[in-house]
Design a protein around this ligand. Structure first.
Ligand code: GTP
Length: 596
């Protein structure tokens, strides 16, 4: 295809603002998918995505569109919508010349939209502002058109008004994509360079790599080379998704399509990498390639210890389709055998645990999420700590923790309560900006460790669900952090150790000792439960000794939230854990870890 008749674009939208519905509608309107073949949410492939209504993996679809007697190829590149996948978003954007900024006409701009819009502007994309869901009675297109125009410049009249549901305005939108978004440019005679913007594992075909051609040409059966690793693969198939995969005679400048080489692991075909040919390799890789680093760590343990081999196999399988998942075996006194896993963020953690539970039928418990600390001891040694149990004993010279820049968007009435929350999480206010009449963006720097815990839940409940949040890494900072251990009769219970700010150590100690007191059954002797920083005890409770005449079932406590998990436990299989002389049912530990 002549690059002047190609348009590459993506849709930037907040979760639920209707990106999938609009994408479906475009497939219908352009005839790429016949109505009778229309599955709801064609682009969201994984079941879990469909059920939760979120898009995890980006893909591309080619659609024909005619304007003034000329047929254009429109390549729509899907972008993931969540903070944890910013790197993938940035690569999808880098594959485009333009973006549709899609905003719900009853909601207005949200933090995530803003973050992705800034990314698109950094990539010099042409932005087409669009208000969606204008069929809704609550829609206020005039108000939000002004808001959008304020944000990106231009006049409110330039903001298109559409409904993905009814199809209103969608044809005009497709025309505007052709008119406004620049065509791709590249050098057809240069050595081939294609940027990988997505890499998906398929059980039958192996890895499917989605690329945007920058220069040159790739042909079927050619030998291709990954520029980051120099690995060479044979091209078994090359084609475009329209939206069913269809093989082509190759891909040229500006085109978007897929490659299949028979590799079985997405790590061999990494997002952001440059593909060239082995025969005439390019010498210069495309800019922007990085290896995404895990930011959040958690131990995953099977509730039923005999499921350990199943968990191991499941992680090995998931890794094939998720290049950013990391894990290594770990054992815990309280929880048995499991894995220490590294994730891009909290949602990534949630998605992985949910997939493990659903696709592999596992019941899992996750330990409290932790971040990466750089701990320097008095003798000038620095260790990287992703698990509190690795925190060095003895004198500590300094501890560095990862920081993030946080953007929160909310109605202005909630500013007070949001500030209170952020200050309580050691946030430093960077700035505050009004959008439209009633919405405010608050920007903070904050330790990542303070938001991985339950920040988002608190933010949502303080703002009745109206606040939206975005964050990005922003270096590291030293802080007065300590490790708090929890001891049962003087024995440390590993899964409960936490690295916290010194000012919060006491509160953590009190919380955990009280919680365990309620959950640990009485023994023949008194069991002290202590919280300690090093050798210093900061909180203490105790479980009194059992009286000989008491037969009653003796542990209880509020475990209703995790009842679902507990019910699933096989009857008659109450596994007891010994901590020193103290006998504790594993479910007490599980309840304490997951308790509110
Ligand atoms: P994510 O995949 O989570 O990012 O969501 P999305 O932005 O793709 O939203 P989706 O298309 O799943 O739509 C979210 C909800 O809005 C669904 O319940 C849709 O039925 C509804 N919706 C989408 N477009 C329209 C529209 O034009 N009008 C109305 N009334 N509802 C719409």
């Amino acid at each position: 295809t002549d690059p002047s008749f190609i348009r590459n674009f993506c849709i930037i939208a907040h979760i639920d603002h209707g990106k999938s519905t609009l994408a479906d509608r475009m497939l219908g309107v352009t005839g790429a998918v016949a109505d009778r073949d229309m599955r709801a949410q064609y682009l969201d492939r994984m079941d879990i995505e469909r059920e939760r209504g979120i898009t995890i993996k980006s893909q591309a679809v080619r659609m024909p569109w005619e304007l003034d007697g000329q047929t254009y190829a429109l390549n729509m590149i899907d972008t993931p919508g969540h903070v944890d996948f910013t790197y993938e978003v940035s690569r999808s954007l880098a594959a485009c010349e333009g973006a549709i900024l899609l905003v719900d006409a009853a909601q207005g701009i949200e933090a995530q939209t803003l973050a992705n819009l800034y990314l698109a502007m950094e990539n010099d994309l042409e932005i087409i502002p669009v208000l969606n869901k204008i069929d809704l009675p609550a829609a206020d297109p005039e108000k939000y058109a002004k808001e959008l125009a304020n944000l990106i410049g231009g006049s409110p009249d330039d903001v298109l008004k559409v409904s993905g549901k009814t199809g209103a305005g969608v044809e005009e939108l497709l025309d505007r994509v052709v008119q406004r978004i620049p065509n791709p440019v590249g050098n057809p005679d240069a050595p081939a360079r294609a940027m990988i913007f997505d890499s998906v594992y398929d059980t039958y075909r192996g890895v499917i790599t989605y690329v945007r051609m920058i220069d040159g040409h790739l042909s079927p059966r050619e030998r291709i080379q990954m520029m980051s690793t120099r690995a060479v693969h044979e091209l078994l198939e090359i084609g475009v998704s329209s939206p069913e995969p269809s093989p082509t005679k190759g891909l040229g400048v500006g085109e978007v399509g897929y490659l299949i080489t028979g590799v079985k692991d997405v790590r061999q075909s990494k997002v952001g990498d440059t593909v060239t040919t082995a025969a005439k390799p390019s010498t210069e890789a495309l800019p922007g390639y990085t290896d995404p680093k895990p930011m959040v760590f958690s131990g995953l343990y099977p509730i039923d210890g005999s499921d350990y081999p199943v968990l191991r196999d499941a992680l090995d399988k998931l890794k094939l389709s998720d290049a950013s998942l990391n894990y290594e075996p770990e054992t815990s006194v309280a929880l048995g055998f499991g894995f220490r896993c590294g994730f891009l963020g909290l949602l990534h953690l949630e998605i992985v645990t949910e997939r493990l539970e659903r696709e592999f039928n596992l019941d899992l418990i996750a330990t409290a999420p932790s971040v990466t600390y750089e701990v320097t001891t008095d003798d000038k040694k620095t260790v990287t700590v992703t698990n509190p149990s690795e925190f060095p004993g003895g004198k500590i010279a300094s501890v560095e923790e990862p920081m993030v820049k946080v953007g929160i968007l909310a109605p202005k009435d909630y500013v007070g309560t949001i500030m209170e929350l952020c200050q309580g999480r050691r946030g430093a206010l960077l700035g505050m900006e009004y959008f439209g009449e009633d919405r405010v963006e608050l920007r903070y720097t904050m330790p990542l460790g303070e938001i991985v815990f339950d920040f988002f839940d608190h933010l949502k409940s303080r703002t009745q669900g109206y606040a939206s949040l975005d964050y990005e890494p922003s270096g590291a900072q030293t802080a007065d952090l300590v490790k708090v251990d929890i001891l049962l009769q003087g024995e440390q219970v590993d899964a409960f150790s936490a690295i916290v700010h010194r000012d919060k150590a006491y509160a953590y100690g009190v919380l955990m000792t009280e919680r365990l007191k309620k959950l640990i059954p009485r023994q023949q002797f008194e069991v002290p439960i202590q919280a300690a920083i090093g050798a210093r005890i900061i909180a203490r409770e105790s479980v009194r000794a059992m009286r000989k005449d008491v037969l009653a079932k003796c542990y209880g406590g509020d475990i209703s939230r995790k009842r679902k998990l507990l019910e699933k436990q096989k009857e008659g299989k109450k596994r007891m854990k010994m901590v020193g002389r103290v006998e504790v049912p594993q479910e007490a530990f599980i309840a304490a870890l997951s308790g509110e």
